[in-house]
Design a protein around this ligand. Structure first.
Ligand SMILES: Nc1nc2c(ncn2[C@@H]2O[C@H](COP(=O)(O)OP(=O)(O)OP(=O)(O)O)[C@@H](O)[C@H]2O)c(=O)[nH]1
Length: 513
């Protein structure tokens, strides 16, 4: 069962519970059984599962508490405890219970980060994903390939690095990994790169040669952080592997990969949590963007289909340059939704990475709303439309006049320029019309100026208007007005501009399905 399926199973069991007007002990027991089965199938340690069952006090139901909320809270709390390492003592009979701070590189100083792990765990892929993640945050990363064990490792790193436009260092002739590592690190320090990532060799299994090599490379480059990369498919066995690596080099962080496709994801994450080495990122696919910072609460929230607004908003803030935000806001407030804006939003959506990952952050949008299969089609459709917009003139891009856009001669020319049929242009214009209509409902939305009146007050004033702008089906899926209000709360302290863009994204999201 992949982790997404675990989430769907848990959310399904909780939803079923919510359908009963009166929940008695029998119904609750049946639901608990379903939850337990789903967790055990995902290889979650049986002790944690028992704790969840213990936490649910069926007597509280008699006090009139909402059964779904009760169980939801118990599952949420126990899963978060499990992932944050609390309760590890119970589950693994280990003595340590203090939390460790998560490592994050600091800007402006050379941070050296070494990656270790078994062969095929996804180390090289993860190095590039890690570099790309921090590149987007303004770091100047560089990659060093100190893997002299696997033929082709340097070529793979070179290929990944080139694609992501990240400088790299390696050698086809030098056989000493420690020498390559120290030469590479020195070079990038001199070139003022502030995040120097060292990829080391892997082996099929934990063996002394691998550990010796890891120690030698660590000695040569003196890393600020050593990250252990682990394939989630090994499930609970992850505990022994993480411990073995931790005992050899000073592993300070863990990245768990391939959480998109393996039955034992839950087990792997819980087992690593029990070793007290913080999970900093998770890999959720082969693509460079399929990589997420790991934080227990939002992770569990998404797993249970409760969404993660904060992650969603951060993701949007990540891709929309701050200087574009006020301008876009002004245009939307004036009702000026043009093809150019649509184009820019499509480009932003593409930068956000896989749509299913983004959608899962929206409360109520499980994996079922944007199935993996459809994602490719949606992305292809966006590309097709952007391609047609590329053959539009400035006048066409900046107009709000449908008359101008629907001029048959223009439509034919646009289609021809992009190698598409006039029908495809019609489809683009229909999509634009649909979105422009929705955006029209955002017209006049109040954006509080900094130092102006209370932000949350303004947000509440806009609530009804926003609810109107969201297609009814989508609002229901989001959890209705209550969920919108909850979102408002989370947004306090955030910029109003982000909020509006988020709404725009959601509408765009609806249009691509
Ligand atoms: N589905 C999925 N595949 C992944 C993920 N991360 C890496 N992979 C794939 O796993 C395979 C092995 O990844 P590599 O990065 O080559 O592994 P490695 O650990 O560097 O291997 P060595 O260099 O031999 O030690 C590749 O096909 C990757 O595309 C992930 O999060 N999800």
């Amino acid at each position: 069962m992949v982790l997404g399926e675990l989430g769907t199973a848990l959310a399904g069991a909780l939803k079923k519970l919510g359908e009963h007007t009166v929940v008695d002990e029998e119904i609750m027991e049946a639901c608990l059984k379903e939850v337990t089965r789903a967790l055990l199938q995902a290889d979650v340690n049986v002790q944690y599962v028992k704790n969840i069952v213990k936490r649910v006090n069926i007597n509280e139901l008699a006090a009139g508490l909402n059964a779904r909320k009760l169980l939801e809270k118990a599952v949420f709390t126990e899963l978060v405890n499990m992932l944050e390492g609390e309760g590890a003592q119970n589950a693994q009979n280990e003595g340590v219970t203090t939390k460790r701070e998560k490592y994050a590189p600091k800007k402006g100083v050379p941070n050296v980060v070494m990656f270790v792990g078994l062969q095929g765990c996804g180390k090289t892929t993860t190095c590039t994903k890690y570099a790309h993640h921090y590149q987007k945050k303004g770091f100047k990363p560089a990659l060093v390939c100190a893997d002299t064990f696997r033929a082709g490792a340097f070529d793979q790193l070179k290929q990944n690095a080139t694609k992501a436009r990240i400088p790299f260092y390696g050698s086809y002739t030098e056989t000493d990994p420690a020498k390559i590592a120290s030469d590479g690190v020195e070079r990038f320090k001199a070139e003022k790169n502030d995040l120097i990532i060292v990829d080391t060799s892997g082996r099929h299994k934990q063996e002394s040669a691998l550990f010796e090599e890891m120690r030698a490379v660590a000695e040569a480059v003196n890393p600020d952080m050593t990250i252990f990369v682990m394939d989630s498919s090994i499930g609970q066995a992850a505990s022994d592997q993480a411990a073995a690596f931790k005992n050899t080099v000073d592993v300070g962080s863990v990245v768990v990969t391939k959480l998109d496709g393996h039955a034992k994801g839950g087990g792997a994450i819980s087992a690593v949590a029990a070793t007290r080495a913080p999970i900093v990122f998770i890999g959720t696919g082969e693509h460079i963007d399929e990589f997420e910072a790991f934080d227990a609460k939002p992770f569990v929230s998404r797993l249970l289909g409760l969404g993660d607004w904060t992650g969603f908003i951060d993701k949007i803030a990540d891709v929309i340059p701050a200087d574009q935000q006020p301008e876009l806001l002004d245009k939307l407030a004036q009702g000026q939704f043009t093809m150019r804006i649509l184009y820019e939003q499509f480009a932003n959506i593409q930068k956000m990475g896989p749509m299913s990952a983004v959608m899962s952050m929206i409360p109520g949008f499980g994996n079922d709303v944007m199935p993996k299969g459809q994602e490719k089609q949606s992305q292809a459709k966006i590309k097709r439309m952007m391609c047609m917009m590329d053959s539009m003139t400035d006048e066409e891009l900046d107009t709000t006049s449908l008359k101008l856009l629907q001029d048959p001669k223009r439509m034919e020319r646009i289609g021809r320029g992009a190698g598409r049929s006039p029908m495809d242009v019609v489809e683009l214009i229909e999509e634009y019309k649909r979105l422009a209509k929705m955006m029209g409902k955002m017209k006049g939305l109040k954006a509080p100026k900094k130092g102006g009146y209370g932000q949350s007050q303004a947000l509440n004033q806009n609530l009804a208007q926003m609810a109107q702008a969201i297609p009814p089906g989508m609002l229901k899926q989001m959890g209705g007005m209550g969920a919108l209000q909850g979102m408002m709360k989370q947004l306090e302290g955030k910029d109003m501009g982000e909020m509006e863009k988020m709404m725009g994204k959601m509408m765009g999201g609806g249009g691509r399905r």
